[in-house]
Design a protein around this ligand. Structure first.
Ligand SMILES: Cc1ncc(C[n+]2csc(CCOP(=O)(O)OP(=O)(O)O)c2C)c(N)n1
Ligand code: SF4
Length: 276
């Protein structure tokens, strides 16, 4: 199908600023779903609040636009009720790691089959450029005019440590790589997390004098490298991209079904006091 067939065109024009990376991520998600040959009715997109979280308005799947930081909690309810559906959760770095940080680590630990896409623009875009848990030390935001003195999370290490069974990182510059990674993440049976570095030229770019959206994207090209590459070995400052974790672990909804089945087979339904 064409990309436009996955969109609710009645909600366009979208609200993203010119050059915002989030549209590239939405396009990547659509292309990954299209390549996987999934029906629109098989997909649920659950988001919180933020520029990135506007996606459920634009995408023509089952969609939920919920509360800031709570998308994974809503998504958990959806998946437990309908384990047959693919549930995708687009989030901002503030949404996923500040107010929603606790949901993220527990979703990773539990291994429920959800795909979390974290659009890391290193700032709170929607509310005007406040610093987020991904704003690097020394960088600026509207609430850090003299430079941030917090240290940023490493999303990959955080969710890997919390137990996510699929963990990847890519950027909006690497659009084809992003589609391939999203395809694998959506296919994966378990909790998958994809960090997509996504530019916010309006706030993060302007506050830190990073130039236009195109210049910000070229920095993704220059400052990242594939996992384990020669460049990565030679320059530890470079950020690695690719799939860091892909492992089979018992999936939560299946484990829960197993638990319920075990309960019913061991429970006395005859009134004789005998159990099976
Ligand atoms: C409970 C609650 N707290 C705060 C807000 C205000 N708020 C809305 S979006 C947002 C942050 C958005 O940043 P991020 O999640 O990084 O997404 P982006 O807009 O950068 O894509 C905040 C603090 C809210 N809507 N609800
Ligand atoms: S404020 Fe930043 S994140 Fe939000 S739409 Fe504009 S460029 Fe994108």
């Amino acid at each position: 199908m064409a990309v436009k067939d996955y969109l609710r065109q009645r909600f366009f024009p979208h609200l993203w600023c010119p050059g915002c990376g989030h549209g590239i991520v939405m396009s990547g998600m659509i292309r990954a779903i299209d390549r996987l040959g999934l029906e629109k009715s098989e997909i649920v997109v659950v988001a919180g609040i933020g520029c990135s979280s506007r996606m459920p308005g634009y995408l023509d799947f089952h969609t939920m636009h919920t509360l800031h930081g709570r998308a994974l909690a809503f998504a958990t309810g959806v998946k437990m009720g309908r384990p047959d559906l693919k549930v995708i959760v687009p989030m901002g770095d503030g949404d996923a790691l500040a107010i929603g940080g606790n949901h993220l680590i527990h979703a990773a630990r539990r291994n429920l089959d959800l795909t979390a896409i974290i659009m890391d623009n290193r700032i709170y875009g929607m509310t005007g450029g406040q610093f987020s848990p991904m704003t690097p030390f020394g960088e600026k935001g509207t609430t850090a005019p003299y430079g941030n003195i917090d240290h940023a999370f490493d999303i990959v290490k955080l969710v890997k440590g919390a137990g996510a069974s699929f963990v990847a990182r890519t950027t909006t510059y690497h659009a084809q790589e992003m589609i391939g990674i999203l395809e694998k993440a959506i296919e994966h049976k378990g909790f998958s997390v994809v960090e997509v570095m996504s530019q916010c030229p309006t706030y993060y770019g302007r506050k830190n004098r990073l130039g236009s959206a195109i210049e910000m994207m070229s920095q993704y090209k220059d400052r990242t490298t594939p996992i384990g590459s020669k460049k990565a070995r030679e320059n530890p400052e470079l950020i690695e991209r690719g799939i860091f974790v892909k492992q089979e672990r018992p999936e939560y909804a299946q484990a829960y079904k197993g638990l319920v089945d075990r309960y019913w087979t061991s429970t006395d339904m005859s009134g004789t006091g005998e159990t099976t």
